[in-house]
Design a protein around this ligand. Structure first.
Ligand code: HEC
Ligand code: HEC
Length: 410
């Protein structure tokens, strides 16, 4: 049977800087895996192979100075050296056990076994390069969409010619999709804008833009993005898929217009992502707390309900809020069911709409509470509205503003 003569099948990395051969001891005192009686020249060639495979110098694993003079090669002080032993064990197990029955290949008249080397995975980096999307997501989900885009440009600058990363702009489109999957069309749009700035003919970006526009409740813009997608690449695989989404959104809009939930439909401008700033007032009218948050409204139950997800804070604590809105098609009565991540309760409010205003009162006021509440939504344009929460301590005779929130479209 063919035997693996050594791990140094091809010395690809002869450029790796090494200490002068004279500085490498003749005797090795701490070889736990390699043959302690190994020839010095063979050991050095394996070490160069590893250093080249990882794109590092000897002192990445061995204790000693940058100029590699007076290295203590036997020391196991560095964790990287100890990891390298594990890696060697792994590579041996793969090559000697798992791959041993692969056929021998003949290349340019020479036989060779099919094996992995450090380079197979590491591609000349101390840690194997991550999948580009994973790397972008890691940065973007901790530091924001702009940082994710910046990381992409950094990878392009560093690795344009190295082939270590998949640098296709689709990776940014996939990042935008990841934001969409997390119901964050606003950040998805930020990433997409940067793609379209650079590559205005990127069909995949338009497919995602269709979804962003739909998620933001902007059907005409979604239709425009779909048209652009078809124009750029009529055979794009996602055309049918996002085309179907636009089709369904059209049908839903038509249905709503035909009276499925007419009251709600008048407030369909709410669908999309919003930035919120709110003030809480004392009963004397003093501001006692300033809050910032975000909110996303979307359709649910096929246009029969509006769903709002808010991320905000209450008394310094992070809070998620879920609101469901419904408007009865016959009576025109509105209802809101509200719950949040801090209180283990639901509020049910019922109300009515008039010209740009929705007014709600508690459907079941708690008889033990001294205050009565009402909520008033006011539309102040297509991209702005406000919510006022008012309290009454005298059973509805007089009201004071407890909370006022301004929403601006993101
Ligand atoms: C990725 C980590 C790594 C790099 C880079 C590396 N080595 Fe090593 N080296 C090791 C490990 C692990 C051993 C011990 C192997 C064993 O236990 O069988 C070792 C052992 C040695 C030894 C034997 C020490 C002894 O007395 O036991 C010498 C000499 C040596 N390396 C030289 C080099 C030189 C020269 C370079 C640079 C060209 C280099 N190494 C780069 C990991 C590394
Ligand atoms: C099958 C793929 C594969 C092969 C082959 C491989 N490695 Fe690794 N190596 C990895 C992965 C994966 C990690 C972990 C990287 C991470 O998740 O950060 C790693 C990590 C390491 C680390 C630790 C990095 C650190 O700074 O902690 C060293 C050192 C290392 N490898 C050396 C080697 C050497 C030397 C070889 C060849 C003898 C080798 N590897 C072969 C996949 C591989």
């Amino acid at each position: 049977m063919f035997r693996l003569a050594s791990l140094t099948l091809v010395v690809l990395f002869s450029f790796v800087e090494a200490p002068a051969v004279g500085q490498i001891p003749e005797e090795f005192t701490n070889l736990q895996l390699l043959d302690p009686a190994i020839e010095k020249s063979e050991l050095v060639s394996i070490m160069r192979d590893w250093a080249g495979g990882l794109g590092v110098r000897c002192n990445h694993c061995h204790v000693g100075p940058e100029n590699l003079r007076g290295m203590d090669f036997a020391s196991d002080e560095k964790a990287t050296k100890r990891s390298a032993r594990q890696m060697l064990l792994m590579s041996r197990a793969i090559n000697r056990e798992l791959l041993k029955d692969l056929p021998i290949v003949v290349e340019e008249g020479r036989k060779r076994a099919q094996v992995v080397s450090c380079y197979t995975c590491h591609r000349g980096m101390n840690r194997p390069p991550r999948k580009t999307l994973n790397e972008l997501s890691r940065v973007a989900f901790s530091d924001g969409p702009a940082a994710g885009v910046a990381r992409y440009h950094e990878l392009v600058a560093l690795h344009e010619d190295s082939g270590k990363y998949d640098l296709r702009p689709e990776n940014l489109v996939w990042l935008a999709n990841a934001y969409l999957d997390g119901e964050d069309p606003a950040d998805a749009r930020k990433v997409l804008d940067s793609v379209l700035d650079m590559y205005s003919a990127e069909a995949a970006a338009y497919a995602t833009l269709v979804r962003v526009e739909l998620a933001s409740g902007r059907l005409p813009e979604a239709e425009a993005a779909l048209a652009k997608l078809v124009e750029l690449d009529p055979s794009d695989e996602s055309t049918a898929w996002v085309g179907g989404m636009v089709e369904r959104a059209r049908a839903r809009t038509a249905e709503n217009a035909a009276g499925a939930a007419p009251g709600l439909h008048e407030w369909s401008f709410l669908v999309g992502s919003w930035e919120s700033t709110s003030k809480r007032f004392s009963s004397e009218g003093q501001v006692i707390e300033d809050n910032h948050g975000t909110a996303t409204f979307s359709w649910d139950l096929d246009g029969q309900r509006l769903r709002e997800r808010q991320t905000t804070t209450l008394a310094g604590q992070p809070m998620e809020v879920l609101n469901l809105f419904s408007a009865h098609p016959e009576t025109g009565e509105w209802q809101i069911a509200r719950t949040d991540s801090l209180h283990h309760t639901f509020n049910l409010m019922s109300g009515s709409a008039s010209e740009g205003t929705l007014t709600f009162a508690e459907a079941h006021p708690n008889p033990n509470h001294s205050v009565t509440r009402r909520w008033i939504y006011s539309k102040s344009g297509d991209d702005a509205f406000s919510l006022r929460l008012e309290f009454s301590e005298d059973g509805g005779e007089s009201w004071f503003v407890r909370n006022e929130t301004e929403y601006l479209r993101r």
